[in-house]
Design a protein around this ligand. Structure first.
Ligand SMILES: NC(=O)c1ccc[n+]([C@@H]2O[C@H](COP(=O)([O-])OP(=O)(O)OC[C@H]3O[C@@H](n4cnc5c(N)ncnc54)[C@H](O)[C@@H]3O)[C@@H](O)[C@H]2O)c1
Ligand SMILES: C[C@@H](O)[C@H](N)C(=O)O
Length: 375
C-alpha cells in the first residue's frame, strides 16, 4: 500500500516536473520538494554537514544486515571506517551483542519512505543492499521473493540515484541457468536462470547497469559464489550444505547432505567475499570496465569437501539424502567461475582454497565447541 502511494507520488511529481516516472531524480530542487517529512533534516543541511564534516569516510547503510553475511560485513567495514559510520539494518530483532556492537536501525526495504528517511537523516553515502530471499527459500515463497528481491531493489535503486549514493548489490552464481556455459562460466554469456532468485538477480544486474548508464548511478555488483562462514547461519540457499557440514562434523562426526556427492559448485570463504566487496567499492571508477563481475575462489563437490574433512576428523561420515528442488537448482548453476575480468581490472585475488577453508572452519568450530563444553 505504502509502495503504491510512493509510486503514484513519483508519477505525479514526474509529470509536474517533466521528469520520467521511473523516480530517478538527481536534481536538488526535487529532492528538497520531496523532503517534507517533519522527521527529515532538509536536503540543504545534509549538503552542508556532509561537505564540511572534514572527513572522507563513507557513511554506510547495510540492508538485510542480520543474515549470513551482513554482520560480518558490518564488522569488517567498521574496522576500516569507524564503528559509528556503519549502520546495520533489517526487519528482524537483533541479538544483544549485535545491537550493542554498533548502530542498528529497523528498515524494511519495501517501505520506500522509511528507507529515504534513514539515508537522509544519517547522511548515508554508501549502501550495501543485502536484503533478499535466497534460492531455495525463494522457490518456496515466490511472491515474497518477487516483492523483496525485485520491488525492494527498485526502492533501493531510486533512493541511491536520488541521493547520489555508491550502491553495492550482490549477485550470485544463481544468476546463470542451464543454458549458460558451466565450466567455466564467463561474465558475459547467456543468463536464463530457472529460479525466482536467479531471475531477480539478473534483473538487479541489468537495472543497476541501466541506472549507471542512464543516470550516472555508481552501481557496483559482484556475483558471489556460495559463501561459507563459521559464525553465521545460511539463510535458505542451495549451497547451505557447505556451511552446515562443519557444524555437524564437529558436533556429531557425521553429516547428511542434501545434494549429490558429485555436485560441483563455486564456493568462497567469507573473508575473501568481504574483502572482494570492499575492494570493488574502493576501486577507482576508471578501473572498472564493467559494473557486474564474477568473483571466484574455489570449486568443489560434497565428496571433495568430505575427503578434506576426513584428513582432520578420521571418523567423519557423510551420507546423502538428496533434496530434489535444491539438486535441480545446483545442476543448473556454474561448476566453475571465470573471474579473469575482476583479476585484471581491480586486482582481485582470493586467499582461501579448500585446505585453508577447512582448517579455518574447523579451528573456529573446535574452539567454539571447547568453549561450550567448558561452560
Ligand atoms: N550467502 C551466500 O552464499 C550468497 C551468495 C551469493 C549472493 N548472496 C547475496 O548476498 C546477500 C546477503 O546474503 P545472506 O546470505 O546474508 O542472506 P540471508 O538470507 O542470510 O539474509 C537476508 C536478510 O534479508 C532480510 N530481509 C528479508 N526481507 C527484508 C525486507 N523486506 N527488508 C529488509 N530486510 C529484509 C532478512 O531478514 C535477512 O536477515 C543477498 O543479496 C544474497 O543474494 C549470498
Ligand atoms: C549461491 C547463493 O546465491 C546462495 N547461497 C544460494 O544458494 O542461494
Amino acid at each position: 500500500k505504502q509502495f503504491l502511494g510512493h509510486e503514484m507520488l513519483r508519477q505525479v511529481v514526474g509529470q509536474m516536473l517533466g521528469r520520467p516516472a521511473c523516480g530517478c531524480w538527481t536534481s536538488a530542487p526535487l529532492a528538497r520538494f520531496l523532503g517534507t517529512s517533519p522527521r527529515q533534516i532538509p536536503a540543504d543541511a545534509n549538503f552542508y554537514s556532509s561537505s564540511f564534516s572534514g572527513t572522507d569516510q563513507p557513511r554506510v547503510l547495510i540492508t538485510g544486515g542480520l543474515g549470513q553475511l551482513g554482520v560480518g560485513l558490518a564488522n569488517f567495514l567498521r574496522k576500516r571506517f569507524g564503528k559509528d559510520n556503519v549502520i546495520l539494518s533489517d526487519i528482524r530483532k537483533p541479538p544483544d551483542h549485535i545491537f550493542h556492537g554498533g548502530p542498528f536501525i529497523y528498515s524494511d526495504i519495501l517501505d520506500y519512505k522509511n528507507l529515504r528517511e534513514i539515508v537522509v537523516n544519517n547522511r548515508i553515502t554508501w549502501l550495501f543492499h543485502y536484503s533478499a530471499l535466497l534460492s531455495a527459500i525463494g522457490e518456496a515463497n515466490v511472491s515474497l521473493a518477487r516483492a523483496v528481491n525485485i520491488t525492494g531493489l527498485h526502492n533501493v535503486l531510486d533512493v541511491a540515484a536520488e541521493h547520489n549514493l555508491r550502491l553495492f548489490v550482490p549477485s550470485t552464481i544463481g544468476a546463470f541457468g542451464p543454458t549458460s556455459p558451466r565450466n567455466p562460466t564467463p561474465d558475459i554469456c547467456i543468463q536464463r536462470p530457472r529460479t525466482i532468485y536467479g531471475v531477480s538477480k539478473v534483473h538487479a544486474e541489468l537495472m543497476g547497469e541501466y541506472y549507471h548508464y542512464r543516470y550516472g548511478l555508481d552501481f557496483r555488483c559482484l556475483r558471489y559464489p556460495g559463501i561459507i562462514s563459521a559464525d553465521s547461519q545460511p539463510g535458505g540457499g542451495t549451497t547451505d550444505y557447505a556451511v552446515q557440514i562443519f557444524h555437524d562434523a564437529v558436533k556429531n562426526g557425521k553429516f547428511e547432505c542434501n545434494l549429490k556427492s558429485s555436485t560441483r559448485l563455486p564456493m568462497m570463504y567469507i573473508d575473501d567475499c568481504l574483502r572482494a566487496t570492499l575492494e570493488v567499492m574502493e576501486a577507482p571508477a576508471e578501473s572498472l570496465s564493467m559494473r557486474t563481475y564474477n568473483v571466484n575462489a574455489m570449486s568443489f563437490t560434497p565428496e571433495d569437501l568430505a575427503q578434506e574433512l576426513l584428513k582432520h576428523i578420521p571418523e567423519f561420515q557423510i551420507t546423502y539424502n538428496v533434496d530434489s528442488v535444491r539438486q535441480a537448482i545446483a545442476d543448473s548453476w556454474p561448476m566453475n567461475f571465470d573471474d579473469s575480468n575482476a583479476r585484471k581490472d581491480w586486482g582481485w585475488k582470493h586467499d582461501f582454497d579448500l585446505p585453508e577453508l577447512v582448517t579455518t572452519m574447523l579451528n573456529f568450530h573446535g574452539s567454539d565447541t571447547r568453549v561450550a563444553q567448558a561452560n
